[in-house]
Design a protein around this ligand. Structure first.
Ligand code: SAH
Length: 368
């Protein structure tokens, strides 16, 4: 039994079953035993690989995108470049290196990293130590400055805890984590979530028995939306669905394979698909102009990833060139082996900011 499981069992024994969101939050960010607090989960020997860890091309293109957005914003002395959940710091390092070719950008930026994990902060400090721009760390998005900013969030929202409800014959019940003898099990709250049916998007009201509906606390999405709407831009990249829908997407990943979310709490990464409709509505509700979502493959294509791959391959040895091609396919391909279709890209911006790079085709459609 993991130390966190012992603690969760004791809590359930005294206070009763807990919501899936509370369970997920403990598993990821419990101060002592949370998954992100105790380890570096990335890389070939870790539990999973994210886009910036697949290839430098990802961060480089996002860095040039951020510099292009900066050029659209009113001229100012300083701009805050923010990353939510920066992992190993790879994305920010690649962004800064690539964007250093844009005159004045480095001199203007202050980097702000929102990171809960002390171990990953150490990594970020090392990776960014020689980057030549000031870097500040924050525990929480609420500590970010209310000032001009460009926010980047790659695989951040999927780690925000989700609630779940299950439909049974009489209606919807909240799903909870309970104790059955020696095991943690999913159970239903005895009380009906009466009238949830009417509150759901219309397409979901006729959901069949057994259907699972997921939702996140929306204050974080709204907060990020408001920062963007008032002060600049936010770019969210994550895996998820374009429209709100039915489905249990809570998943545990450990050593590059799927695991049971209730087994070994604190030892596996827990995530759930991002509901881009909920994200869009939260940000739009705060006054942001919303762009996308586009698939990651399409977004990277529009930013010129094939051209970047060609440049990197020129002069590279055969083996390296093969690795670049493999990384390009991993980042952009559809289907189960690629991240190109499952991952989506959505941006929010101040409503009077000119059309963001990469989203011009959509803006033309609106105008037409
Ligand atoms: N963006 C990185 C890492 C994604 S993993 C990449 O693409 O490689 C999720 C990241 O979010 C980790 O850095 C994790 O420590 C951080 N994180 C998770 N929950 C958080 C929270 N509530 N507040 C701040 N950071 C959080």
């Amino acid at each position: 039994m993991t130390p966190l499981e012992a603690e969760i069992r004791a809590t359930i024994a005294t206070k009763g079953p807990m919501s899936v969101a509370e369970y997920m939050e403990l598993c990821l960010t419990h101060p002592e035993h949370g998954y992100y607090m105790t380890r570096d989960p990335f890389g070939a020997r870790g539990d999973f690989v994210t886009a910036p860890e697949v290839s430098q091309m990802f961060g480089e293109l996002i860095g040039l995108w951020a510099a292009a957005v900066w050029q659209l914003m009113p001229p100012r002395d300083a701009i805050n470049l923010v990353e939510l959940g920066p992992g190993r710091g790879t994305l920010m390092a690649d962004m800064l290196r690539a964007a250093s070719v844009v005159p004045g950008f480095h001199a203007a930026i202050r980097v702000h990293l929102v990171e809960t994990s002390p171990i990953l902060r150490q990594h970020q400090e090392q990776v960014l130590s020689g980057c030549g721009v000031p870097v500040h760390w924050h525990d929480d998005v609420m500590d970010l400055p209310w000032a001009p900013l460009i926010i980047i969030a790659n695989e951040f929202f999927d780690a925000v805890p989700v609630h779940q409800a299950v439909k049974v014959a009489g209606g919807w019940h909240q799903r909870r984590v309970a104790l059955d003898g020696d095991h943690l099990v999913f159970a239903l709250h005895p009380e009906l979530m009466w009238r949830l049916d009417e509150a759901l998007p219309p397409g979901m009201r006729a959901a069949p028995i057994g259907a699972v509906f997921e939702w996140r606390r929306d204050w974080l999405m709204r907060y990020v939306g408001r920062l963007a709407a008032w002060h600049g831009t936010a770019l969210a990249i994550d895996y998820g669905h374009v429209e709100s829908g039915i489905g249990d997407t809570l998943q545990a990943v450990s050593r590059h394979g799927f695991a049971d979310p209730l087994e070994a709490p604190g030892e596996a990464d827990l995530t759930a698909h991002v509901d881009f409709q909920a994200l869009r509505e939260a940000a739009a509700g705060e006054g942001a102009r919303v762009y996308g979502p586009l698939t990651q493959g399409e977004f990277l294509h529009r930013l010129g990833i094939e051209e970047r791959a060609r440049k990197l391959k020129a002069g590279a040895a055969t083996k390296q060139a093969e690795e670049i091609d493999a990384a390009l396919a991993r980042l952009t391909a559809a289907g189960p082996t690629g991240m190109g279709e499952l991952f989506k890209v959505m941006a929010f911006a101040h409503p009077r900011l000119a059309t963001l790079p990469g989203f011009e085709a959509e803006a033309m459609q609106w105008a037409g």
